[in-house]
Design a protein around this ligand. Structure first.
Ligand code: XIL
Length: 391
């Protein structure tokens, strides 16, 4: 573990050991089936049953909760596609409670050079959302994938801190009262903490400012908008195995350290990029949710989609795999108490980062999102909406 990591995540050691002990089966071997223990046939049969029974509640087996407010559903929209594809744009209006910019609030798009502030794309989406009576949220002040080259060229820690704080204050202030929450930091946990023997991801901000870039970012956002919800967002918090136990433990440790320093943190964003090849750990998510609850921190899903390159090709089987994953995920999310909201990373298979970043090796089109390329809802979208309404 590096010195930088020790000061932010060191005290987690005991909790981490306990969590590792409780870690159950790993994901190894699951690639052979669609997902742990399920055959392709059983998945297809489930999907057929769902399609035949529009009123059915997808396989929860849990008692219904007392009526409450439905959990909102939202999605991230791409500003560069909004004008050219009005049907795409309209889909968000018709089906979302929240519409958020997918990329337009990321550092590199907002400020490609030191001199240029490019607010127009984000303004357009936020205005679009509010005009249609939706809420919106911001992602993200700090993300390793969106640090512009001109920032990375700054070596001086004091200069880097100045630039970061100025950026966060200016951007947060501009959208004050318009966004309900901000992903203050995104993906700060090491990709593979056990193998890499580190808790935090090796990024420009960690190398330049150390772990304190996290509290700096939370404090600056809170200062600029005392009412906005402050979120820490990350991936691979959903699955079974020591690797994922470790990532959940580190997340809890970061939250405790912020709270110990009297720094506000309101929620964890679980990205919810689900894989046909990874087993969702229902018990671990329930435990994680309960632990967050005890810390007074909420849980929301921020980037739901299905990475289906390891499921058998064909729209029926890919959608059945997705339906089963989403159903299991919802079981996990609702097990302790309902999540704050569920947001998908796009709405239609027509446009998704999965097609670019993790395409299917067999070249079959990937089907990651709740609506197909013709903008028709898949059975799992109806199931998702029904479950979100059942709080
Ligand atoms: C991705 C977008 O979907 C792409 O359009 C963009 O080119 C790169 O970023 N995890 C995240 C998101 O937190 O911000 C990423 O979004 C996908 C992975």
């Amino acid at each position: 573990m590096t010195k930088a990591n020790q000061s932010m995540a060191g005290p987690a050691t005991a909790a981490r050991a306990a969590s590792q002990k409780s870690g159950t089966a790993t994901t190894r071997g699951c690639e052979k089936t669609i997902m742990g223990g399920l055959t392709r046939r059983s998945v297809l049969a489930n999907a057929a049953a769902l399609a035949a029974l529009p009123g059915a509640i997808w396989g929860t087996g849990r008692p219904a909760r007392a009526a409450g407010k439905p959990v909102p559903f939202g999605s991230a929209i791409q500003f560069n596609l909004m004008d050219g594809d009005p049907a795409y744009r309209q889909l968000f209006v018709d089906h979302c409670d929240l519409i958020m910019p997918m990329n337009a609030l990321k550092f590199d798009l907002l400020r490609p050079t030191r001199e240029v502030w490019n607010f127009a794309p984000a303004d357009k989406i936020v205005d679009f959302a509010l005009r249609h009576g939706k809420t919106s949220r911001g992602t993200c002040h700090i993300w390793w994938g969106a640090t512009p080259a001109w920032v990375k060229a700054i070596d001086s820690p004091s200069e880097a801190e100045k630039v970061l704080v100025e950026h966060i204050e200016r951007v947060t202030d501009r959208y004050k009262g318009k966004l309900i929450s901000w992903d203050v930091v995104n993906e700060v946990i090491a990709n593979d903490p056990i193998y890499e023997k580190r808790s935090l991801r090796d990024t420009y901000w960690l190398r330049t400012l150390g772990p304190r870039h996290i509290p700096i970012a939370f404090k600056a956002t809170a200062r600029a908008d005392p009412d906005v919800e402050l979120v820490i967002n990350d991936y691979d918090l959903e699955f079974q195995g020591p690797h994922y136990d470790e990532r959940r433990t580190i997340m809890l440790s970061i939250i405790r350290q912020l709270q110990d320093a009297n720094i506000r943190i309101d929620a964890v964003g679980m990205q919810g990029h689900l894989y046909a090849s990874k087993v969702i750990d229902v018990d671990a998510i329930e435990r994680f949710h309960r632990e967050l609850d005890q810390l007074g921190v909420k849980l929301l899903v921020t980037e739901l989609d299905i990475i289906d390159w390891q499921s058998p090709p064909g729209s029926a089987s890919q959608d059945a795999t997705a339906a089963d994953l989403v159903s299991r995920y919802l079981d996990a999310l609702f097990a302790d108490k309902p999540p704050e909201m569920v947001i998908s990373w796009g709405l239609t298979d027509r446009y998704s980062w999965i097609n670019d970043v993790m395409p299917r090796p067999d070249k079959a089109p990937s089907r990651p999102l709740p609506f197909n390329r013709n903008l028709q809802p898949k059975p799992w979208f109806k199931m998702l909406r029904k479950r979100l309404a059942m709080t």
